[in-house]
Write a protein that binds this ligand. Structure first.
Ligand SMILES: Cc1cc2nc3c(=O)[nH]c(=O)nc-3n(C[C@H](O)[C@H](O)[C@H](O)COP(=O)(O)OP(=O)(O)OC[C@H]3O[C@@H](n4cnc5c(N)ncnc54)[C@H](O)[C@@H]3O)c2cc1C
Length: 404
């Protein structure tokens, strides 16, 4: 049905796709939205293969809920609210360092290309080996879908490898700028399942996780705790899995905003900060001291480890050397045009500044409506962008989906 609709032609373009509906691009004035949440809700578990087929209308919370009784899971982000847009755009979370990106778990994809053709693809068995022209074409399509699907297709179902459900240790605390620097410095030496997430708002929140069955990670966490010293807000918990993880970022805010707020988010990717950490901290401090709205926040999550093991050539998530994903959340009060202008100016300034430390972009949010869109595409896909454009010229020749 979707294929027929697309073939008949949809105007105006781009067609907006809503999976979880958590981004500012799940609907837009004057444009059509395909809302996957109504029809694509299947969750089919294949216990023998340790795989699950997920309709792209499900949220991550619903996927985890379906898998949990079988003792299985997939690595999700810091919140389980997002939908399958999370998986298709990379999917970075507290378990990325030990289990890889959510996207690295994809073994099959079904959907409709922007040209109306239906596809049902499985992960190539030997992606590196040269093959026939048609096999190479399928490999390129697969690579395009893993990390750049929103520009090429509407994905209706994803088959994912599952993981054994493992308890997690989560340590949350608030800290000073100096303590954040110490925590980042320590985290950059970690070679186990521990990962550091932080959020900088009214306070700085540390959110450190590791697998409960990883003694080396537990020891590193404990040693950092001792190093940072006593903090009354500090709490350590063991949870059964990511479905039970506490909300990230709540300790960073002094109070929840009472007003209705709008926001834009830009996420960057970069290597270890090492010697440049003091200057980054000074820059962040200046940005946070001059944020235009109380909701404006800078946060970061740690990747590397398992996510760095996948060859760059295999997916459109090319920043495999990235250790940090900082993201900037710019907020303003709904209907406050002046507030929006200052928040977006702050966002651009923060983005420019962070791009020096983190040259890559994680395109978890697409911004065709913002001036930085083209630079973001370049920073997200670098040398692979021409290949993606070539794919798009065949698979979405009339620009049904967001522009590349
Ligand atoms: C509370 C919260 C926490 C988050 N935490 C993390 C995190 O820890 N790690 C992380 O990596 N990201 C995180 N994100 C970012 C999130 O993964 C992205 O914003 C993602 O795109 C959201 O997908 P969605 O399906 O919920 O949103 P939607 O708004 O429905 O989709 C976003 C866009 O993705 C594309 N898209 C979605 N589904 C499809 C599909 N089936 N076929 C083709 N295109 C599609 C479309 O362009 C769509 O407009 C978080 C976001 C929120 C709101």
């Amino acid at each position: 049905m979707l294929s027929n609709l697309i073939r008949q032609g949809i105007k105006p373009t781009p067609l907006i796709v809503c999976a979880g509906g958590t981004s500012s691009r799940c609907a837009a004035d004057g444009l059509w939205t395909v809302d996957l949440r109504a029809r694509h809700r299947q969750l089919i578990i294949n216990e023998e293969r340790e795989e699950v087929e997920v309709g792209t209308g499900l949220t991550m919370a619903e996927v985890l809920q379906g898998l949990q009784p079988r003792g299985r899971s997939i690595p999700v982000g810091l919140s389980t609210i997002p939908g399958c847009g999370f998986v298709l755009t990379g999917g970075i979370g507290p378990l990325t360092r030990s289990q890889g990106l959510a996207l690295d778990h994809i073994v099959g994809l079904c959907g409709v290309w922007g040209n109306g053709n239906i596809f049902d693809l499985s992960a190539p068995t030997n992606p590196a080996s040269p093959g026939t022209a048609s096999k190479n074409e399928t490999h390129q399509q697969w690579k395009g879908l893993l990390g750049a699907a929103p520009f090429l297709a509407v994905v209706t179902a994803i088959r994912l490898r599952t993981q054994k459900l493992t308890p997690l240790v989560i340590w949350r605390s608030v800290c000073s700028v100096q303590q954040l620097e110490i925590a980042i410095e320590a985290a950059e030496t970690w070679e186990h399942s521990a990962s550091l997430q932080w959020a900088w708002n009214d306070n700085i929140e540390l959110f450190i996780t590791c697998c409960a069955d990883d003694p080396a990670a537990m020891e590193a966490m404990q040693s950092l705790r001792t190093h940072l010293g006593y903090c009354p807000e500090s709490s350590m918990a063991i949870v059964a899995g990511q479905h039970a993880q506490p909300a990230f970022g709540t300790m960073a805010r002094a109070a929840d905003p009472q007003e209705r707020i709008h926001s834009e988010v830009i996420s960057r990717l970069g290597p270890a900060w090492g010697q440049r950490l003091p200057s980054l901290m000074a820059d962040l401090k200046e940005l946070m001291n001059n944020r235009p709205h109380a909701g404006c926040q800078i946060s970061a999550q740690q990747l590397g480890g398992a996510s760095a093991q996948i060859p760059v050539s295999r997916t459109s998530f090319i920043h495999r050397n990235a250790i940090w994903k900082p993201w900037i959340n710019a907020t303003w009060m709904a209907c406050d045009a002046k507030g929006q202008e200052s928040a977006l100016a702050w966002l651009m300034r923060a983005n420019n500044l962070l791009s020096d430390y983190c040259p890559g972009v994680h395109l978890a949010q697409i911004h065709p409506h913002l001036s930085c869109h083209h630079q973001e595409l370049n920073d997200a896909f670098k040398n692979w962008l021409p290949g993606l454009k070539h794919l798009k010229s065949h698979l979405d020749p009339y620009g049904l989906l967001p522009p590349l």
